[in-house]
Every structure is written in structure tokens, then in C-alpha cells.
Design a protein around this ligand. Structure first.
Ligand code: SF4
Ligand code: SF4
Length: 139
């Protein structure tokens, strides 16, 4: 029997997909145990679900393939912080306010500011200081 694993995921729903019974199908059709720990889902606006899914790697993959058919974006780190590439000017102001180095300059030649999501602890520091509102939180 395949080993079960638990993965933390963040699902972002476009407006039109919020009422679809996606979680129901993940449980019923893909044998997954789902633990929703943060959610904002309303018919009028974009929404998100932060959840743990437990199952075999194969069932989780099939479940995620199913979710993607609804035009739902999946963030596998389960983080709610986003940095909008279109608004970021790479001014660097956020870097000294980011306690973990999640926002950093990888190449001093280009001085491009990179967001490494896996290092983010969701302290919201960058959201408070970004002059261009490039950083946002789903929560
Ligand atoms: S402060 Fe905002 S605009 Fe400046 S580098 Fe950071 S995310 Fe980009
Ligand atoms: S939320 Fe905090 S840890 Fe995450 S990128 Fe922003 S400042 Fe860094």
C-alpha cells in the first residue's frame, strides 16, 4: 500500500469558480483527507482556501489535476503572500524589512528583487513598507 503524505496548499479561486464543490470531490473521488484552516470564498469575489490534504502522492496529484480544470491556481507552499511582478519596481525598500531574506537581491548586477516564497513567514512586513503596493496578502 502506498505511503500517505500531507501537503499544505493554497488554492486561489477566480470569481466564477467559487461555488463549485471542489473539496467535496477531493474527498469523495480522490480519497483525500482535507483539513481547511483558512478560507475566504464568496460568490462575488475572488477567494482562497488554505488547506492540508492527506493521501498518497498519486491521489494528491490526481486531485490537484482535477482542481486545475476549474481554473483554480495552486500554491504548494500554502503561503498567502504574493509579490506582483507588474507592480514591483525593484526599488529594494522591502529587503531590509524582510526578516528571513525571502525578499532579496540574487544578482547585484541587475539588482532585481526576488521573492523566495519558501522562506516567507508571512510577517506582513513587506506589505506595510512597499511604496508601490506590490506585496499583498490573501488573508
Ligand atoms: S518594496 Fe515593493 S516595489 Fe520595492 S522591491 Fe520590494 S516589492 Fe518591489
Ligand atoms: S511577509 Fe515578511 S517574511 Fe514574507 S516576504 Fe514579506 S517581509 Fe519577508
Amino acid at each position: 500500500m502506498s505511503q500517505t503524505v500531507t501537503k499544505k496548499l493554497m488554492l486561489f479561486f477566480p470569481k466564477c469558480e467559487c461555488e463549485k464543490p471542489i473539496i467535496y470531490h477531493l474527498v469523495k473521488d480522490h480519497n483525500l483527507i482535507v483539513n481547511v484552516f483558512r478560507a475566504k470564498v464568496t460568490p462575488e469575489e475572488e477567494g482562497y482556501l488554505a488547506l492540508d490534504v492527506t493521501g498518497t502522492e498519486e491521489d494528491i496529484q490526481k486531485g490537484m489535476d482535477f482542481v486545475k480544470t476549474f481554473n483554480v491556481s495552486i500554491n504548494t507552499t500554502g503561503k498567502g503572500i504574493t509579490v506582483d511582478e507588474d507592480h514591483c519596481t525593484h526599488c529594494g525598500h522591502c529587503i531590509t524589512h524582510c526578516p528571513t531574506g525571502a525578499l532579496h537581491i540574487a544578482d547585484m548586477a541587475t539588482r532585481e528583487v526576488i521573492f523566495t516564497e519558501s522562506k516567507c513567514i508571512e510577517c506582513m512586513g513587506c506589505i506595510r513598507v512597499c511604496p508601490y503596493n506590490a506585496c499583498a496578502s490573501a488573508f
